[in-house]
Design a binder for this molecule. Structure first.
Ligand code: GLN
Length: 286
C-alpha cells in the first residue's frame, strides 16, 4: 500500500513532538516558523491548509531545518534572521542574536534624543546592527555611527542598514571608540558590549554556545569590555552628552562605580521588562 505524503498538520505534529526534547525551545512555535519558512509562506498559511501536502523538495528542506534545530543550532541562525524593534535583521553565526531586553537600550536612547536637533549617536560594537538600526529608523534626523571590531559582523550590519534603507548610519571598523572619527563629538554613545562572566554556566546553555563568544564573554567578572569603554567614551562625548550601557542584571552597582570613578554624573540604572537592572545611563564628566 502506497503511503500518502503527510499533510501540513501532520508535519507540524511530528516535528514538534521531536523538538519537545530540546530544552529552552518553544517546540510548536519554532516548528511552525520553520515549516512556513521552508514553504516560503506566512505562518497563517499552515492553519488555512492543514491537509495540504507540500512538494517533496520543500518537505526535505523543512526536515533538514528540523535536524539542525535538534542539534541545538539557534532558530535565528537557521532562518538567517531575527525580529528586533519590528524590523527583520539578518543574523549569522558571526553576530549575537538580538535579545528583546536590548530594545530598552534603543528606547532610552530615543528618550535622551528628544529635543536635540540633528543629534549624533555612536553605537559601539554594533554586531548585527540592531540597536543602531532601531535608533536610526526611529530618528531619521539623527546621524548614527556604528563601530564593530569583527569584520564579518560589520558586513552583516552594513547589509542590514542597506536593506532597511537606513542612510543615516555610517560605520567604522575597530574596537569601541578607536573606530570613531577622531574629532567627532557625540550627543549620545551607547553600547551593548559583552558582559557575561567567563565561568557563567549559561554560556553552555541554549543558543549561547553557538554565538560568537567574543560578543558574550568579558573576563572573570564580565566587566572587561565596560572597563575599556567607560574611560574611552569620555573623549568622544559632547558637553552634557550621555553614555548608555547595557549590562548584566547583577552588574548595575559595579557599572555605576566604574562610571563614578571616571567622573560621570547623573547615574541612573534602568530595568528591562523582566524587572532586571539592564541599562545604566550617565552624563559626561563636566
Ligand atoms: N544579554 C545577553 C545574555 O545574557 C548577553 C549579551 C551581552 O553580553 N551583551 O545572553
Amino acid at each position: 500500500m502506497a503511503e500518502t505524503a503527510p499533510g501540513i498538520q501532520q508535519l507540524v505534529r511530528d516535528a514538534a513532538g521531536r523538538l519537545e526534547a530540546l530544552p529552552h525551545a518553544n517546540a510548536r512555535l519554532e516548528t511552525e516558523v520553520l515549516l512556513a519558512a521552508a514553504l516560503d509562506k506566512p505562518r497563517t498559511y499552515l492553519f488555512a491548509w492543514p491537509e495540504k501536502q507540500p512538494p517533496a523538495q520543500q518537505v526535505r528542506a523543512f526536515e533538514q531545518a528540523v535536524q539542525r534545530r535538534l542539534a541545538g543550532e539557534p532558530l535565528a541562525y537557521i532562518l538567517g534572521y531575527r525580529e528586533f524593534w519590528s524590523m527583520r535583521l539578518e543574523v549569522t553565526p558571526d553576530t549575537l542574536i538580538p535579545r528583546p531586553e536590548t530594545e530598552l537600550l534603543a528606547e532610552l536612547a530615543l528618550g535622551h534624543l528628544q529635543g536635540i536637533a540633528e543629534a549624533r549617536i555612536a553605537d559601539l560594537g554594533t554586531g548585527s546592527g540592531a540597536v543602531a538600526a532601531a535608533v536610526a529608523q526611529s530618528c531619521r534626523r539623527c546621524q548614527v555611527f556604528a563601530t564593530e571590531a569583527a569584520p564579518a559582523a560589520l558586513d552583516v550590519a552594513r547589509r542590514n542598514f542597506r536593506r532597511l534603507g537606513l542612510h543615516n548610519i555610517d560605520t567604522g571598523s575597530g574596537h569601541w571608540c578607536q573606530a570613531l572619527p577622531p574629532r567627532q563629538r557625540f550627543h549620545l554613545i551607547l553600547s551593548n558590549p559583552p558582559y557575561v562572566r567567563a565561568d557563567d554556566p549559561r554560556l553552555k546553555q541554549g543558543d549561547l554556545p553557538w554565538e560568537p563568544q567574543a560578543a558574550l564573554k568579558a573576563g572573570p567578572d564580565g566587566l572587561d569590555a565596560l572597563r575599556e569603554i567607560i574611560p574611552q567614551a569620555r573623549a568622544h562625548l559632547a558637553p552634557a552628552g550621555r553614555l548608555l550601557l547595557e549590562h548584566g542584571y547583577d552588574q548595575g552597582r559595579a557599572v555605576r562605580r566604574l562610571l563614578q570613578a571616571d567622573g560621570y554624573r547623573g547615574l541612573e540604572t534602568h530595568r528591562d521588562p523582566a524587572g532586571h537592572d539592564r541599562v545604566t545611563a550617565a552624563q559626561a564628566p563636566a
